[in-house]
Design a protein around this ligand. Structure first.
Ligand SMILES: [Fe+2]
Length: 279
């Protein structure tokens, strides 16, 4: 879907990705754009952003423009029925991360908070069911709505540290976006808790996590939530070597467009510790 957004503004134009990266630089779109998600995760179908990995720098390049907003988004949960369980789990946690990160962002907004909380509740209610039985259309519908709400959160508020620290797992070690986010989600939730304790409690409640005891309890409960969906929650098991944590932390730390809105100001060392906690 992100590629289609880029194609829709670049087709028949003599422009490079570098010409349109960043906010508001895409030329006027002259073709129609329809977006149809086939997973319940990114919510990109209702967004104005396209994210692409630059193969030379391995950085994620974000282009953002109202010109890349679809004319029509068709969200049909039937299209997600054949998504395998592992992809259902990872993309579902990506949708969850969109809601949680927007909800706890420094630029959170009450209007978006409503969508975020409903998205989190839907994930708590339906993700395990969709993983267990892909043909459970009620669960697939709930997750399609959750992903859509997550997408709504991305436009005006966007993600924070969870996505920033996940990007190097994708760009440097080729982990799928949803999985990378799922692996880092519990650790970012925990490190942010002291800055946003009440909102974190609301997240845990909406997700249906049992009462947790302190930050470590929260981390354990959210790791258990992801593990219960069938995910191995250790980044080392996906071939991410500890020797690269320093480079990954350096790369993530430069993603100011996300990190500047995180409720806690994370240093490179903090990010390195997050990777260790996830290993
Ligand atoms: Fe995401």
């Amino acid at each position: 879907m992100d590629l289609a957004k880029l194609v829709s503004v670049m087709v028949d134009r003599d422009v490079l990705l570098s010409d349109i990266s960043g906010p508001g630089r895409a030329p006027k779109r002259r073709v129609g754009l329809v977006q149809i998600p086939t997973t319940a995760g990114t919510g990109s179908e209702v967004g104005t952003r396209a994210l692409v990995t630059d193969p030379s720098s391995l950085n994620k390049v974000a282009a953002e423009s109202i010109e890349m907003l679809a004319d029509i988004a068709i969200i049909d949960p039937v299209l997600t029925i054949s998504v395998p369980a592992d992809v259902t789990a990872a993309t579902g946690v990506d949708a969850l991360a969109h809601c949680v990160e927007a909800f706890t962002s420094k630029r959170a907004h009450p209007l978006i908070d409503g969508y975020a909380l409903q998205g989190i509740e839907l994930v708590g209610k339906y993700l395990a069911r969709a993983v267990k039985d892909g043909t459970d259309i009620e669960a697939r519908s709930g997750m399609a709505l959750a992903a859509f709400y997550g997408g709504v959160c991305l436009g005006p508020v966007n993600t924070t540290a969870g996505h920033a620290v996940s990007y190097p797992l994708g760009t440097r070690h080729k982990l799928p976006h949803g999985l990378a986010n799922a692996l880092m989600f519990p650790h970012v939730l925990a490190i942010n808790e002291p800055a946003v304790p009440e909102k974190t409690r609301q997240v845990a409640r909406a997700l249906g996590l049992a009462d947790y005891n302190g930050v470590e309890g929260l981390r354990d409960a959210s790791v258990a939530f992801c593990a219960s969906l069938g995910m191995c929650m250790e980044i080392g098991s996906y071939g991410v070597p500890e020797a690269d944590f320093e480079n990954m932390a350096a790369e993530a730390h430069t993603i100011r467009r996300l990190l500047d809105w995180n409720p806690v100001d994370l240093s490179r060392q903090d990010i390195h510790e997050l990777y260790k906690a996830a290993s």
